[in-house]
Design a protein around this ligand. Structure first.
Ligand code: FPP
Length: 231
C-alpha cells in the first residue's frame, strides 16, 4: 500500500556544498530546489501529506550568518517558488513555535498558509522552528488549559484526542526518510512516529532525486507492517 504520510529529514546540505568547495548556504539553496520538485512529485505519486524538517529549534545554535541565510531563503521560497505548489493545489501548513522567529518570516508563513488554505490536492507540512518534544509539551499545555476552562474533561483525553492538539491534525507518519547518512530521529515528529517505517540513505539531500524517492516508496511498499499484531 502507498504511504499516506511521508516525512523527510532533509540532511546533508552543508556537506554537499563543502564537497564542492562552496559555502554551506549553496547547499541549502540546492536543497530548496529539490524540496520543490519532491513536493510536486509526492502529490503525483498519490501521497496525501509530505512533512519536512526545514529548521529545528536547535538549528538556532548555528552561526548567525547561516541562520539569517536560511531565514531569507525561506521567505524567498515561501513567496515565489510556492506559487507553483499553489497552482498544483498543494495546501502548505507549518508546524513549530512562532516565538524567536523574525516578523518578516512569520508574515511570509502566514501569506503562504492563507493563499493555499483552500487547496485539496495534498498537504505540505513544513516543520519550522520545530521540536518533537516541544510539540508534545505545547499540546499538553493546551489540553490542560481546555480542562481548566471546562471545554473538555480529563476522561476525554485519549491518544486520538491528544493528536488533535498537536501543531497540525495529520495522519500518523507511514514512512520517514532521512538523507545524509545519520541514523537518528533528531527530535522530529515523535508523537506521529509510533509505527513509522524508517528509510535511511547516505545520499545528501541536494542529490536526493525523484528516482531515489521512488526507491524509498518501493522499499516501503514491500515492508510487512503489523502494528503490534501477528500475521
Ligand atoms: C540540514 O542539512 C538541513 C537544514 C538544517 C535546512 C533544510 C533546508 C532546506 C532543504 C531548504 C529549503 C527549505 C524550505 C522549507 C524553504 P545540514 O545543514 O545539517 O547539512 P550537514 O549535515 O551536511 O551539515
Amino acid at each position: 500500500m502507498k504511504p499516506k504520510h511521508v516525512a523527510i529529514i532533509m540532511d546533508g546540505n552543508g556537506r554537499w556544498a563543502l564537497k564542492r568547495g562552496l559555502k554551506r548556504s549553496a547547499g541549502h539553496l540546492e536543497g530548496s530546489k529539490i524540496l520543490e520538485h519532491l513536493a510536486m512529485h509526492a502529490i503525483d505519486a498519490g501521497i496525501e501529506v509530505l512533512s519536512v524538517y526545514a529548521f529545528s529549534t536547535d538549528n538556532f545554535k548555528r552561526s548567525a550568518e547561516e541562520v539569517n541565510y536560511l531565514m531569507d531563503l525561506f521567505i524567498k521560497m515561501f513567496k515565489t517558488k510556492f506559487a507553483k505548489l499553489n497552482k498544483k493545489g498543494i495546501k502548505v501548513v507549518f508546524s513549530g513555535r512562532k516565538i524567536n522567529l523574525r516578523s518578516d518570516v512569520i508574515e511570509a508563513m502566514e501569506y503562504i498558509e492563507d493563499n493555499t488554505k483552500q487547496n485539496t490536492a495534498g498537504i505540505l507540512n513544513i516543520c519550522f522552528n520545530y521540536g518533537g518534544q516541544e510539540e508534545i509539551v505545547d499540546a499538553s499545555l493546551k489540553i490542560h488549559e481546555d480542562i481548566v476552562n471546562g471545554k473538555i474533561k480529563e476522561d476525554d483525553v485519549t491518544k486520538e484526542l491528544f493528536s488533535k492538539y498537536l501543531y497540525q491534525d495529520l495522519p500518523p507518519i507511514d514512512l520517514l526518510i532521512r538523507t545524509g547518512g545519520e541514523l537518528r530521529v533528531s527530535n522530529f515528529m515523535l508523537y506521529q512516529m509510533s509505527y513509522t517505517e524508517f528509510y535511511f540513505t547516505n545520499t545528501l539531500f541536494p542529490d536526493f532525486s525523484k528516482s531515489e524517492f521512488n526507491k524509498a516508496l518501493f522499499i516501503y511498499e514491500n515492508r510487512d507492517r503489523r502494528f503490534g499484531n501477528v500475521k
